[in-house]
Design a binder for this molecule. Sequence first.
Ligand code: WT7
Length: 668
Amino acid sequence: MYFPTKEIKNSAWVKDKKIYKQAEKNPIKFWEDLAGKLFWHKKWRKTFLHKPPYFQWFVGGKINITSNIFENNFLGWEKIKNKNALIWEPELVEEQSKTLTYNELFREMNRAANGLIKLGVKKEDRVGIYLPMIPEAIISILACARIGAIHTVVFSAFSPSALKVRLQDTDAKVLITSNGYYRKGKIIDLKKNADDGIKGTKVKKVIVVKHTDNKVKMKKTRDIWWNDLIKNQSDYCKPAIMDSGDTLFILYTSGSTGRPKGTIQSCGGYMVQAYWTGKWIFDFHQDDIFWSTADLGWITGHTYSCYSPLLNGTTFLIYEGSLDWPKPDRWAQIIEKYGVTIFYTAPTAVRMFEKFGAKIFKKYNFATLRILGSVGEPIDESAWQWYFEKIGKKRCPILDTWWQTETGGILISSLPGVGPFKPSFTGLPFPGLKTDILDEKGKSLPSNKQGNLVILPPFAPGLLSGIYKNPKKYLKTYWSQCGKKIYYTSDAAYKDKNGLIRIVGRTDDVIKVAGHRFTTGELEAAINLHPNIRECAVIGIPDKIKGEAIVVFAVSKSENVSLKEKRSPNIKEQIKKQVIIQIRKEIGPIATPKQVYLVRDLPKTRSGKIMRRILKRLFTPLEIAGTEKKRKKNKSLTGFTKEKLGDLSTLANPEIVEKIQRILKKSL
Ligand code: WT7
């Protein structure tokens, strides 16, 4: 266990752990007081209204999140107007970085908002944003919020198909994209992906930011350059007065089938949580330079690469490219170049830095850093120590922040001025948050017993208010396991005797690859669309850098492949490649499988259910065994005993297990 240094304790907004007791007494009152610090056009009538499974915070309150960022900022507009809001670092080393002060960002947002109005965008209309990490992405998000349009950001590395489902589900009529962006030195033609993705959707207008030098085709009646749209627009646009319960944005996250779930965030609750979690957890102060490496396409990007630092009047940084491009120390250079004081990243990045070797970073003293954060998956003790020693120089507390797309903001993390910081434990629930760990029957478990992590009423203001157009899914995914009044996180966890929570991992079919969330179901649905594939099963296996990696077991359609071809190793390789291309086409390169195995059949129950659990077990010992030599030494790993695989009696085709085992052994 580590505790805050005197320095951190002195400066922290929260230094006394009695805040937890205070908040616990009356969480509704606690959030009410916090919300009252922000600017409301009209105060709410009721702080928390619960109609399970739905609930609402600050009922009847009227706000606009952008007026809280700009003209009505709690810190005083005059005070923050001329300070930098945003620093943009391009991937190309030779390109100039850009900064925007609060006032400049305000004006850009207003012009873009007026541009959207000119195109006919109204309050509650959905606007798709498919942009790389450039200032226009932030400006677009804010412009939507200004006029009450609902933004749906789609990660720029998602494929056209992934873009299409999201645009179809939201019925967006406008899409904002760019001609391209840089990724590891290459230009990616984003406009082409956008053109493909909008086919079969209701998109009528495409706004294109010119960011790279590649030429793109513009469709006269449909496409308009960003600069042309905003050039004659006024630099003031009145904020739309939003109801606290109105939707601020929809962000998609993996669904258990091929269709992603559109999580809904409401204006009031989200704003309050974004503001206060940032302030207390990252301890934002006036001279901080905050860098969260998350892309705006994810919730971490929405909340901590945009709304939270802005509400707090902090200067934050966004970076267009890869952390290790053109050299492994690019991220370290960026920290030094701008004097970053708070750095927030994912364990997968920390493990990547560690792999490059401490030598590479020796010359950096990271003297400006004062707080480090981690998010997205459990950070194991060794990565934690490396982060603490080599980057934080044993000076900076590590905030292991647990949350989900659904929770809108961080919910579990130690507070920097209070601590304690215990490697691989995420810490205590945020003041006012009631969590519990329950067994399968819903009984609360004592410390050190692992169970299901749940959140109890009144939850938190930023918890999702629904799944877009799918109330059934909302009820089933979050409010059915333990009843309509308990939010089920799908994470397994336990707590130590001091109440610090350790997240063990997901209990559902979610795979976390480099912090990105996929379900086996969505990956399988993508692969099954391929004409040569009959069926497949996807599992996640442990991976040293990415946390987990995707492994596919696919059965090809024999009618499409002749017997002779089937035996040829060439055709097998081809089909495997097709699977990889297919998954990249449907989802994007981030979902690229580590391994594809062609198998004759999949282990199934008599009712036809694929037993992924068995595939997983088959795989794990081999992976751990590593080299042939090691495997020979360890007898239990040369043969898979039935006990190791669990009960096979429910299988309709137990013989296939051995066959798959042989394929696996051969491949290692
Ligand atoms: C899942 C949510 C919103 C953050 C980005 C990911 C896992 C997240 C931690 C952490 C252990 C974590 C959980 C959670 N997770 N943070 N600090 N320690 N696990 O959002 O893609 O919606 O994924 O990420 O399993 O349920 P997401």
